[in-house]
Design a protein around this ligand. Structure first.
Ligand code: M6R
Length: 590
């Protein structure tokens, strides 16, 4: 996820563009840049760092320009660096582009263009775009732009300028958002509405496979496949800037829970890399999964999937691993470090030690270019986009999906499963975003359950096997943002102690997938009912209703109502779930 912006009008573009980027910084903040027309040329200023840092260093604010494009980045291809920052230009500097999304076929295009003499200066997928326009240009910017778009696979929101056409900015959209803010004698382009609200409340929303020509006094949108103009509605935005930054959601946490379908889809984008990494991983004798907090629960999901296919993997909390398990690590071991931020101190320290002992190190990480990604042998990105809320939600879903894919690939590599079986699970995974959406659509029911439970003082989450981590994750989320006591147990453990605490007034949340352990889970629930505890089930026919899915994928689906439940319970108690007391988003100290 990145933020892109554009301005064309009478006022000073560089300042306006930096202001717009500030409003989009929640979409990415590892580097930023602006490109503006000046003296018949397009001047580019960009660099690593947050928008304010880049603005401070940049001299582009001193030039007089009324047209420009800009970008704030969240790295996906190529680490955060000056060279990888947007905007990107072609060999001649005529065409300059900012992009949000992923060009899936960028490697092939890059090889082809390199063979034709194009010189690339970055590691990004985006850089192929201006070079493609250059290659396809024969006098008309729009024609070259459209021909370029037709060659791209993947997703994009794009703004592009041509130094020979200073009266226009070309825009396009496929799967990544893009809007146009309509002003008087000026127009704005942005990934999201907050960026334009200070200047206009009138907005055109681009749909997939539409492109447009934006001039200061007009906007023309066309269909990419036919070139036929589209009659676009101009929406009147009622949100204030603060609400708009969260896409209209009350909190980042809720917005991020609603991004869980996309988290699955984005994790699947890593499949090729996962398959390649699995080939290496399958050669190692022992696998350790090392992480903290929510990331460690995603690690547990991975462990159970490995075990399902007869492969052993051990999950160790990073703060324990570095002081104890480390003594068992040698070059026969592989360590999979799981982290959203890639900056968690204990995880980094564990990786450093394991590396010194010769282990093969893989990351499953969200933040490209983070410290973790520079210490590993191979990185698997979850591509979940920036996560702002302290309580991790979409990152967990991305990590659980990625680790499931990794375990499946290793199992396939070791001959433990057939290709047909792997494809069957993959098909179910591709259907997962729709299933998650159906849970999100039942949010009112979950909100009601949360309101009913808001005065409960103690929760017990139960799960077995693959969904024991789901129970752990549900309980942690509740603790973090509602400050209510919550514990998680494997269902079979209940009678070994915790049962003594169950009584009227305690709520038990049982995660019950439709699998071979269903009856065992039923008898655990019976134990809770008999002590008069309130029982809520996450099941196909539960109080938290979930769609049918293959049991191996149930952790990815069954956690969604628990994230929503924790969120609504927190807000029903008047707590701000985005800023839980005593907690930081990244724990960068021991
Ligand atoms: O950035 P990381 O994934 O390494 O962070 C690990 C934990 O600190 C994190 O998951 C924490 O437990 C969250 N607050 C959970 O919601």
């Amino acid at each position: 996820m990145c933020g892109i912006a554009g301005y064309i009008g009478e006022r000073n573009a560089p300042g306006i563009l930096f202001d717009m980027l500030k409003k989009l910084e929640y979409r990415g903040y590892d580097s930023a840049g602006v490109a503006c027309f000046s003296g018949g040329k397009v001047i580019v200023s960009r660099g690593k760092g947050k928008v304010d840092e880049v603005r401070k260093k940049s001299r582009i604010t001193e030039i007089k320009s009324t047209v420009g494009i800009a970008h704030t980045r969240w790295a996906t291809h190529g680490e955060p660096s000056d060279e990888n920052s947007h905007p990107h230009s072609d060999c001649t500097g005529q065409f300059t582009v900012c992009h949000n999304g992923i060009v899936e076929n960028y490697k092939e295009i890059r090889v082809e263009l390199s063979n034709r003499g194009h010189k690339f200066l970055s590691q990004t997928d985006t850089e192929v775009i201006p070079h493609l326009i250059e290659e396809l240009y024969s006098g008309d910017f729009e024609t070259a732009f459209v021909s370029m778009l037709k060659k791209l696979k993947g997703s994009f929101a794009l703004v592009a300028v041509d130094s020979n056409s200073p009266d226009r900015i070309l825009v396009a959209r496929k799967e990544s958002p893009l809007i146009i803010g309509v002003g008087k004698g000026e127009n704005f382009i942005a990934s999201d509405t907050p960026a334009v609200l200070a200047d206009t409340k009138k907005v055109i929303i681009l749909e997939d496979m539409e492109y447009g020509i934006v001039k200061k006094d007009g906007v023309l949108i066309k269909r990419l496949d036919t070139g036929i103009p589209v009659d676009k509605e101009v929406h009147d935005i009622k949100w204030d800037v603060k609400a708009a930054e969260k896409d209209g959601y009350d909190h980042y946490m809720l917005k991020e829970i609603f991004e869980e379908p996309a988290a699955v889809k984005n994790a699947l984008r890593g499949l090729e890399n996962i398959t390649a990494t699995a080939k290496k991983l399958s050669k190692y004798e022992r696998i350790y999964i090392v992480a903290c907090g929510t990331a460690s629960y995603a690690g547990q999901v991975g462990r159970y999937v490995f075990e399902r296919y007869g492969i052993s993997a051990e999950v160790v909390i990073a703060s324990e691993f570095r002081y104890s398990t480390i003594n068992t690590v040698d070059k026969k071991c592989a360590v999979i470090a799981v982290s959203q931020s890639g900056e968690t101190a204990d995880t980094l320290a564990s990786v450093k030690e394991a590396k010194n002992r010769g282990a093969y190190i893989i990351s499953v990480v969200n933040a490209v270019g983070s410290s973790l990604t520079r210490m590993t042998d191979d990185n698997i990105y979850t591509y979940s986009g920036p996560e702002i809320a302290v309580a991790s939600t979409k990152a967990y879903v991305g990590q659980a999906t990625t680790l499931t894919l990794l375990a499946l690939s290793v199992a396939k590599e070791k001959g433990k499963i057939t290709e047909a079986y792997q494809n069957e699970i993959l098909d179910d995974l591709y259907a997962m975003p729709d299933k998650i959406n159906s849970i999100l659509n039942s949010r009112e029911k979950i909100k009601k359950l949360a309101a009913e439970q808001k005065d409960c003082k103690s929760f017990f989450y139960l799960g077995r096997r693959l969904n024991y981590p789901t129970a752990l994750e549900g309980a942690l989320k509740l603790k973090e943002i509602s400050y209510i006591h919550a514990e998680a147990y494997p269902g079979g453990e209940l009678k070994h102690g915790p049962l003594a605490l169950l009584e009227k007034g305690v709520t038990v949340i049982a995660v019950c997938p439709n699998d071979d352990l269903k009856e065992k889970m039923e008898s655990n629930m019976q134990e809770a009912r008999a002590r008069k505890a309130t029982l809520l089930r996450v099941a196909e026919d539960g109080e938290f209703t979930v769609p049918v899915c293959d049991p191996v994928l149930s952790p990815i689906l069954y956690v969604v109502p628990l994230h929503l439940f924790a969120y609504y319970l927190s807000t029903s108690k008047g707590i701000d779930p985005d800023k839980p007391r005593n907690l930081a988003k990244s724990v960068t100290v021991e």
